[in-house]
Design a protein. Structure first.
Length: 169
């Protein structure tokens, strides 16, 4: 069966998530590397308040499945004590990774952590949690493009599509 293209680049640009731009709050955008970078670059164009940004690198995947063991590969470059954080993620899958990252940020003293995710895959959730802002909800399929990868490949595709089974099985 041929998988359809999920979302074209134009849809992604038009669907960038609007944050709750609270007066007087300038959130720190924290991108979870590497997959969220194209989304964060697009998202920032639509935020009308001043923001700063920082990056974290975490790993929880082997091949096409989340393994549940979250490793921090790169931590933040600054203190976040007392700051409002907008955590920018490419996809919320099982919820394990994002849950552990949120806990880490709160333990570092963040005042509030809100999650914005380009994609949400609730059918794979093992922890009860939801992103505060979601671009698209998708079915249980392995997707690539617009920052999402399979073993570091396909991140540069200007669209999001379903990876053909024969490429990873």
């Amino acid at each position: 069966m041929k998988h359809p293209l999920l979302h074209a680049q134009k849809n992604l640009e038009n669907k960038s998530v609007k944050t709750n731009e609270k007066e007087g709050k300038n959130p720190l955008l924290v991108a979870v590397l590497k997959g969220s970078i194209p989304f964060m670059a697009e998202l920032m164009k639509h935020i009308t308040i001043d923001v700063e940004m920082d990056f974290m690198a975490v790993s929880s995947y082997e091949g096409t499945r989340s393994i549940g063991d979250v490793k921090i590969l790169k931590d933040l470059d600054r203190s976040i004590k007392g700051l409002d954080i907008l955590l920018v993620e490419d996809i919320v899958d099982t919820g394990r990774t994002i849950d552990q990252v949120v806990q880490l940020l709160m333990n570092k003293g963040a005042r509030e952590v809100k999650i914005v995710s380009l994609l949400d895959k609730p059918s794979r959730r093992v922890l009860e949690m939801d992103a505060d802002y979601i671009g698209f909800t998708i079915e249980d399929a392995f997707v690539v493009g617009f920052g999402l990868d399979f073993n570091e490949k396909y991140r540069n595709l200007p669209y999001i599509g379903v990876l053909k089974d024969e490429l990873y099985q």
